[in-house]
Design a protein around this ligand. Structure first.
Ligand code: FES
Length: 141
C-alpha cells in the first residue's frame, strides 16, 4: 500500500516539466516571426496616387507593409515596413522616423537605416515607380 503515492508524484513532476518547456517555446516565438512572414512583396503592389506622398515627406502603407518617402519632386524611395527585429509592422512615421510598436526600434524612412535598436538590420529597399500618376512598388517596378 505504501507504494501507491510514488507513481502519482512522478506523474505530477512530469506535468510540471512539460509546462515549463511549453513556456520556453512561447517566449522564443517572436524571434521566429521574421522567418515566416514575407518582408517584400512578391508581385507589384499599387499604392494609389503618388501625390499622397508629400515632397520632402513620407507615407506608411501599413496594410501593404510598405513605406514610401519622397525626397524631391518626382523622386520616390520605398522600403519594407516590416521591422527587421522580429517582423512587426511599423505603426507610424514621426519626423521621417518609422516606429516599431513591438520593442521600440526606429528607422530612417529615407534610407531604411536603423536609428534605434533592438533591430540591427536596415529596412530592405523595394523598387518603386510612378505609372499614370500612381505608385507601384515591388518586383518589376
Ligand atoms: S519587432 Fe522588435 S523592435 Fe520591431
Amino acid at each position: 500500500m505504501s507504494g501507491q503515492p510514488a507513481p502519482r508524484r512522478t506523474v505530477l513532476k512530469g506535468a510540471v516539466l512539460a509546462g515549463a518547456a511549453g513556456l520556453g517555446v512561447a517566449a522564443c516565438s517572436t524571434e521566429s516571426k521574421l522567418g515566416h512572414a514575407e518582408p517584400l512583396p512578391s508581385t507589384p503592389v499599387s499604392l494609389g496616387a503618388a501625390d499622397e506622398v508629400p515632397v520632402g515627406g513620407s507615407k506608411l502603407y501599413r496594410e501593404q507593409r510598405i513605406i514610401v518617402s519622397r525626397p524631391a519632386e518626382g523622386e520616390f524611395k520605398a522600403f519594407s515596413a516590416q521591422c527587421t527585429h522580429a517582423g512587426c509592422v511599423l505603426d507610424k512615421i514621426e519626423k521621417q522616423e518609422g516606429n516599431c510598436p513591438c520593442h521600440g526600434s526606429r528607422f530612417d524612412v529615407t534610407t531604411g537605416d536603423v536609428l534605434q535598436g533592438p533591430a540591427t538590420v536596415p529596412l530592405p529597399a523595394i523598387p518603386v515607380k510612378v505609372e499614370g500618376g500612381k505608385l507601384v512598388a515591388g518586383p518589376e517596378a
